[in-house]
Design a protein around this ligand. Structure first.
Ligand SMILES: [Zn+2]
Length: 182
């Protein structure tokens, strides 16, 4: 688990008429075209987002974000590695009140509950991230297949950047989802 993983927050709605939620407008933007929220956090490979972790040359342990040394064996020989883009939901919860600000960039008026979770990726690593793809934050379940996505994220300074999140691989969460095999 990364020691200083930021809990990603949903984009703050821009000023505008009530009833025009930012999420609707934001989804018209392809986040892959936006600058990343931080360098060396993720990249887009063959059109698909991938997290950039690190892999220990000695024991193979993966870490995210990238580490200067291996969190397992303390070895110093680590190399950047693209993490798998799909995994399964390991644990999750719903943030029902505005987090402490900073790092939360939004205001209380704009706050809407959102889900955060850990997604277990092949290779023995679990990555924390916001869960997305559903207007209802309560519909996820442990073990459901998830995939990495990029979403627009409105910063406090008004600029919009790309942030990673995890969405249900088989569509929005809800009854009947997840019965499809791949
Ligand atoms: Zn190691």
């Amino acid at each position: 688990m990364p020691p200083n993983a930021e809990v990603p927050q949903p984009a703050v709605p821009p000023p505008g008429p009530p009833g025009a939620p930012a999420a609707t407008a934001a989804r018209t933007v392809d986040a892959r075209d936006l600058p990343p929220i931080a360098a060396n956090l993720f990249t887009v490979a063959d059109g698909s987002p991938r997290l950039i972790g690190s892999a220990c040359r000695a024991c193979g342990t993966l870490a995210f974000p990238q580490q200067q040394s291996c969190p397992r064996c303390c070895g110093g020989e680590v190399a950047a590695a693209l993490l798998p883009a799909e995994g399964t939901l390991w644990s999750w919860t719903v943030q029902r009140f505005p987090p402490k600000s900073p790092p939360y960039a939004g205001g209380e008026a704009e706050f809407r509950p959102f889900a955060v979770g850990y997604v277990a990726l092949p290779g023995g690593i679990a990555v924390q991230g916001r869960l997305t793809g559903s207007d209802a934050p309560d519909g996820y379940r442990i073990g459901m297949p998830m995939r990495l996505v990029l979403e627009p994220f409105l910063r406090r300074d008004g600029t919009t950047v790309a942030m990673y999140a995890f969405a249900s691989r088989d569509g929005g969460p809800g009854p009947g989802e997840g019965s499809r095999s791949s």
